[in-house]
Design a binder for this molecule. Structure first.
Ligand code: PMP
Length: 374
């Protein structure tokens, strides 16, 4: 089948798989065992991987804390900053942020923190004027996702950072959907914390990282307790093969030409869909946008039925998220002004840097046929 769901999980490259293999089979020692050479070999591999991850984010090696993924990184950032807080009691999160940002913020709300939701415009961009009004000298933390997973919108983090700095608030960004196309530069973005996940960028599932700026490291405290791994912020034995695969993925990201080609394939897919399905609309702004993301609104019908009809030939995803079996219209699509019915008519297609023109052309034919048949 054709795979157009790279934003859910991207295929690991041969480079990533071959880097991981020795650590799955032969080099199994605990990377935190410092009494023997086997442990040192595992530790060296983990530290080399950490340097690669840091390099991809424009961070220092010592600023990378490995986690099990972006969900955990987001939770540690938000709950951990609250854990270390002394005076400030308000949190601001973005309206179209991932549930792993919104849910811990809501949990803090139940503990007495004030939680504000920063709205977005119809393009999915945070309204900076409203954000400026929401952030004040009681604001502990602002958490705004860098690149949206449903509609691919990109936030102006440097401007958001300025608003936070002026008020003395910390800034966290869920940058999970920026890593695959090298769009995360923690220095330029001016963030204190940032979350990423390996499997969205060609690495393995089950590993991610939290960037903790050296200047803000004293503003976050652990939320799980155990050993002193990862500076005590994320105790537990690191999964050596996963860390190594994550590091390899970070050295294997597409360059500028590769991203340009990637964007062209995605544009070709959109043009094809528009030609084949009259009345189809693109959700969110054409640019700036994730190079592989398309969120399209079908003129009528039901996206779930179309997506189901495409199985097993084409993997695409519905625009609406499913929570514990109860389908509810996507909060992202609702926040950019779509009705609940329109949200149910939305399909997300996400190409990867290796997606070929022939694949997207075949996908257009399949989708057009599925739309006609439903
Ligand atoms: N944030 C964003 C923006 C995501 O797209 C995802 C993956 N759906 C996550 C967080 C969670 O990542 P993980 O699978 O590594 O927990």
């Amino acid at each position: 089948g054709i795979y157009l769901d790279h934003q859910a999980s991207a295929p690991p490259s041969p480079t990533v798989l071959s880097a991981m293999m020795p650590f799955i089979s032969g080099i199994y020692a605990n990377p935190h065992s410092d009494d023997h050479a086997a442990g040192w070999a595992a530790s060296d591999a983990v530290e080399a991987a950490r340097a690669h991850v840091a390099g991809a984010l424009g961070a220092e090696t010592g600023e990378i804390v490995f986690t099990s993924g972006a969900t955990e990184a987001n939770n540690i950032a938000i709950l951990g900053v609250a854990e270390a807080a002394t005076d400030r009691r308000a949190i601001v999160v973005g309206a179209i942020d991932h549930k792993s940002v919104l849910a811990p913020a809501r949990a803090l709300g139940r503990r007495g923190f004030k939680v504000h939701i920063a709205p977005v415009d119809d393009d999915g961009a945070i309204d900076l004027a409203v954000l400026g009004d929401l952030v004040n000298d009681d604001t502990l933390l602002v958490s705004i996702g860098a690149v949206n997973n449903e509609i691919g919108s990109v936030q102006r983090l440097a401007d958001i950072s300025r608003i936070c700095r002026d008020a003395g608030a910390l800034l966290h960004s869920d940058a999970t959907q920026g890593l695959a196309w090298g769009a995360v530069d923690v220095e330029a973005a001016g963030v204190d914390f940032a979350s990423v996940s390996a499997h969205k960028a060609g690495g393995p599932k089950g590993v991610g990282a939290l960037f903790v700026s050296s200047t803000s490291a004293d503003r976050i405290a652990p939320v799980i307790h155990g050993g002193d791994q990862e500076n005590g912020l994320r105790p537990g034995t690191l999964p050596t093969p996963l860390c190594v695969g994550f590091g390899a993925a970070c050295t294997d990201l597409p360059d500028e030409d590769g991203i340009e080609r990637w964007r062209e394939v995605t544009d070709h897919l959109l043009a094809g869909l528009r030609g084949a399905i009259p009345g189809l609309r693109l959700n969110g702004a054409p640019s700036p946008r994730h190079p592989g993301n398309l969120s399209v609104l079908l003129p009528d019908g039901d996206a779930a039925a179309v997506v189901a009809r495409l199985q097993p030939r084409l993997a695409v995803s519905r625009g609406s998220a499913c929570t514990s079996g109860t389908p509810e219209p996507s909060h992202v699509l609702r926040a950019i002004g779509l009705s609940a019915v329109e949200a149910e008519r939305t399909i997300r297609l996400s190409t990867g840097p290796g997606t070929r023109i022939e694949e997207v052309e075949r996908a257009v034919a399949l989708i057009a046929a599925a739309v006609r048949a439903t």
